[in-house]
Ligand binder design. Structure first.
Ligand code: ATP
Ligand code: MG
Length: 163
């Protein structure tokens, strides 16, 4: 990884731009809410890839004329980015398998959306390479939220912790 300090607002904007055509074709709306000042130590290209994969899923597994919400900020210890859709949702029994390579939920397969089932496996790998974690909350036919949590700094220098 090529680590540097990057503005979360900028990588989010880049990922939104990359997925914009697909989103507009489906007439899916977007709302972004976040603190512009939030910075994270990360590999920006990899971070963009994480958000492109999550946005592509949010678009693919939503109906037209719905909305995707991107929210980012900080807690005391972490930077978070949440991507929420109003799509088909994920059944509780599928949640554990989502991050396996080539795993696709039946519904998605039947819809012939053309994916390979690698997107979330890549996301999980990249998030963990950044010492972060990913959480998913979902309600069938209501929507899904994927939230990424990242440590703001990667270094372990003593003195950077205030605990
Ligand atoms: P690709 O490799 O092109 O990303 P994919 O989208 O099928 O293919 P993943 O991104 O790994 O693969 O997602 C795995 C499965 O999880 C999807 O096939 C879909 O069933 C389900 N899924 C992922 N994101 C969502 C979402 N936002 N809403 C509903 N289901 C989702
Ligand atoms: Mg995908």
């Amino acid at each position: 990884l090529q680590m540097k300090y990057v503005k979360v607002s900028e990588v989010v904007q880049d990922a939104i731009a990359i997925t914009e055509n697909q989103r507009l074709e489906k007439q899916i709306d977007l709302r972004i809410e976040g603190n512009e000042a939030v910075v994270v130590e990360a590999d920006d290209r990899r971070l963009i890839q994480i958000f492109v994969n999550l946005l592509t899923n949010a678009i693919s597994y939503s109906k037209p004329n719905t909305c995707i919400h991107v929210t980012y900020g900080t807690t005391e210890e972490e930077v978070f980015v949440a991507i929420r859709d109003e799509g088909i949702g994920i059944a509780p029994e599928e949640k554990n398998r989502l991050f396996e390579r080539f795993y696709r939920v039946d519904k998605a397969r039947a819809r012939d959306s053309g994916g390979t089932g690698l997107g979330l496996a890549i996301v999980k790998h990249l998030v963990e390479a950044h010492k972060g974690r990913i959480e998913v909350e979902s309600e069938v036919d209501e929507g899904t939220t994927f939230t990424i949590y990242l440590p703001p700094r990667q270094s372990n220098r003593s003195g950077t912790k205030t605990v």
